[in-house]
Write a protein that binds this ligand. Structure first.
Ligand SMILES: Nc1ncnc2c1ncn2[C@@H]1O[C@H](COP(=O)(O)OP(=O)(O)OP(=O)(O)O)[C@@H](O)[C@H]1O
Ligand SMILES: [Mg+2]
Length: 268
């Protein structure tokens, strides 16, 4: 590929993962020649049975663990060897498989903090403010309304339901206006109603930016994803549109082999 073609390609790709290997300290190879690409305005689902390597791939993208082979490019620049905080500055937002909101802070304070963090990190010298700015307060409140979190705004996050905490965590990632949003099981443990609400929220916040998400709930995957990549034992076994993936015999085998009796791909 010419330099120009390479440049054009990396401009319309928010994430390029190329032949990535990852061996954990104990010698376990969790990723093997894994490749995938996410466009700048694409919702991409990463599927795979438990233990396939999905969280490992997320942690590799975010610089939490070092890949042992291949390369990762995030928002047009290499991500290998880059610290997580630098990636946040570059425009990467993230939520975790196990939620991470500040339990003793109110919903509003969690959102204000997330907003302030995005405002003050770029300079590198974070001036710690004792009080949030008026702007942070007003943005935080608007986001709470948009995400249906206005009700418990002044109550500690510990009082929220599990599903509401996950929505709050998503809101905290989105308030930083990331260009690439990485969501590890954003709907895990949600009730049916919460899942439906989360799908609607994700449909809105997933427009106009790149999103890579893992999810065991197939209804959510097929409702949201433009493209799907399937991992099994650390390797990509299929990649395509949701319809292509639904009918792929390798994918069905990878899931049904593990969860026999499941009508579709099964639910976690
Ligand atoms: N720190 C570690 N050291 C060694 N092995 C690990 C480590 N973390 C994860 N693994 C192993 O790597 C494999 C992939 O784990 P990972 O958490 O990435 O899977 P996953 O696809 O996210 O699964 P789930 O759907 O259950 O969240 C598993 O076999 C896991 O036991
Ligand atoms: Mg995981």
């Amino acid at each position: 590929m010419s330099d120009q073609a390479q440049l054009a390609r990396s401009r319309d790709r928010a994430l390029v993962i190329d032949d990535v290997d990852l061996v954990y300290d104990n010698g376990f190879k969790a990723l093997s020649k894994a490749s995938l690409e996410v466009g700048t305005d694409e919702r991409h689902a990463l599927l795979g049975p438990n233990g396939a390597g999905k969280t490992t791939l997320f942690r590799s993208i975010c610089g939490e663990i070092k890949v042992t082979g291949g390369s990762i490019e995030v928002l047009g620049e290499p991500a290998t060897g880059v610290l997580p905080a630098q990636l946040v500055r570059r425009g990467v937002g993230r939520s975790f498989q196990i939620g991470r909101v500040f339990e003793t802070f109110t919903t509003g304070e969690n959102l204000e903090l997330a907003h302030e963090a995005s405002e003050t990190w770029p300079g590198g010298t974070r001036a710690r403010r004792l009080r949030p700015s008026d702007e942070a307060k007003s943005v935080a409140h608007q986001v709470a309304v948009d995400f249906g979190l206005a009700n418990g705004y002044d109550r500690p996050a510990s009082a929220l339901s599990h599903g509401e905490k996950k929505i709050l965590e998503l809101a905290m990632a989105v308030i930083q206006q990331p260009r690439l949003l990485l969501l590890d099981e954003p709907m895990a443990g949600m009730s049916r109603e919460e899942t439906e609400r989360a799908i609607e929220v994700l449909r809105v916040v997933g427009t106009g930016r790149a999103v890579l998400f893992t999810e065991h709930n197939m209804d959510a995957v097929f409702a949201l994803a433009d493209r799907v990549t399937v991992l099994a034992r650390g390797s990509v076994i299929a990649s395509g549109t949701p319809d292509e993936i639904r009918n792929d015999p390798n994918v069905r085998e990878a899931y049904l082999g593990k969860r026999s009796g499941a009508g579709d791909f099964g639910h976690a």
